[in-house]
Design a protein. Structure first.
Length: 349
């Protein structure tokens, strides 16, 4: 299997990307990798240092502590798939769920444990080589198993900030920027536990005198008030996150910063390897937009795929959700999103 047809769908998250993964997964000629780099998060997997097959497999299979913690505390995001099946082998409460099993493998098969077992001896036996070649070997292995013809589409939430890393590691890749109306996207973020945790983590870092939330450790809990400290201890009530008053403008600012930076980074790529896709246009004209997407990623827009994909997208009621906000809240949210909205408009989007 060739992986010249490698495409990354990048976005802010909460921009319709989960629906797009489901649509792409319907195409018989595409290997759809759902939330791969949101699941396998160690910096080493996007670095240039070589890894042995065993080391690479360790990153793929080692449980993600943050993901398991959300499940144990009764707050799994809707994107998590593995935890919906208590009959499967792994558990966040006991064994931990292998990183690649949480959202990637269940997107491909109804037997993620069997697929994990099949991959382990093969991947672990691979020689030491640049991590980009390990990834390409994994894509090829999965593509052969699922009968695709060489087109690979990876899509992870909150991936817009990884464009430069992905470009450096996969110079042959193409990029699709999936974006959504700023106020609608920010409102959706405000209702999602993982996105609500982000400003809280920054607040904790600031209270502890740290430059980044990545520097937080369980020991820092002693420096935090009771409404924040439990988030570092591994056991917390989800209400601490879901019920915490956070102005909508905070999420508008986050969305806007990510969009401005992302548009700039994408603008540095050659024009022929990047395109954009509006979530609103995808819902309004699914056949037209999906035909354009298929051509970009290098596959045929089969009529039956267009029929199935359009039916899957039909009836989505999330467009214009921010318009239901009280006028003053909507206006504040629009102001917070203004720079990102202007950045998109500057590209004619």
């Amino acid at each position: 299997m060739r992986t010249e047809k490698l495409t990354f769908v990048v976005g802010t998250g909460r921009c319709g990307s989960t629906a797009l993964s489901a649509v792409v997964n319907l195409h018989p000629d595409v290997l759809s990798l759902n939330e791969l780099f949101a699941s396998v998060t160690d910096p080493a997997v996007l670095a240039e240092a070589p890894l042995s097959g065993a080391e690479f497999w360790g990153y793929l299979s080692r449980p993600n502590p943050a993901s398991d913690s959300m499940i144990r505390n009764g707050a799994p995001p809707s994107e998590f798939l593995y935890n919906r099946h208590p009959e499967w082998r792994y558990s966040a409460e006991t064994t931990g769920i292998p990183a690649i099993s949480m959202m990637v493998l269940p997107h491909l098969t109804d037997d993620p444990d069997g697929l994990l077992d099949a991959l382990e001896p093969e991947v672990s036996s691979w020689p030491t080589r640049p991590v980009s070649l390990q990834w390409q070997a994994l894509f090829a292995t999965l593509g052969e198993r699922f009968g695709t013809t060489g087109a690979v589409v990876e899509r992870s939430g909150l991936s817009l900030g990884k464009v430069a890393q992905l470009r450096a590691l996969f110079p042959q890749a193409r990029f699709v920027h999936l974006h959504r109306d700023g106020p609608d996207c920010a409102l959706s973020m405000s209702r999602h536990i993982a996105f609500r945790m982000l400003p809280m983590l920054w607040e904790m870092a600031q209270r502890c005198g740290l430059e980044s939330p990545h520097q937080l450790t369980p020991e820092h809990a002693a420096q935090l008030p009771p409404d924040l400290a439990p988030l570092l201890t591994g056991a917390y009530d989800p209400a601490l996150i879901l019920d915490r008053p956070i102005p909508l403008a905070v999420f508008g600012d986050m969305w806007s910063r990510w969009i401005v930076d992302g548009v700039r980074n994408l603008g540095e790529l050659p024009a022929d390897i990047r395109t954009s896709l509006s979530y609103e246009h995808l819902l309004t004209e699914p056949r037209k937009e999906l035909t354009r997407l298929a051509e970009f990623i290098g596959v045929e827009a089969h009529a039956d795929w267009l029929d199935s994909a359009s039916a899957l997208l039909d009836g989505d009621g999330r467009r214009g959700s921010a318009l239901k906000l009280p006028p003053e809240e909507l206006e504040a949210l629009r102001v917070a999103c203004a720079e990102g909205t202007e950045a998109l408009a500057g590209r004619g989007l």
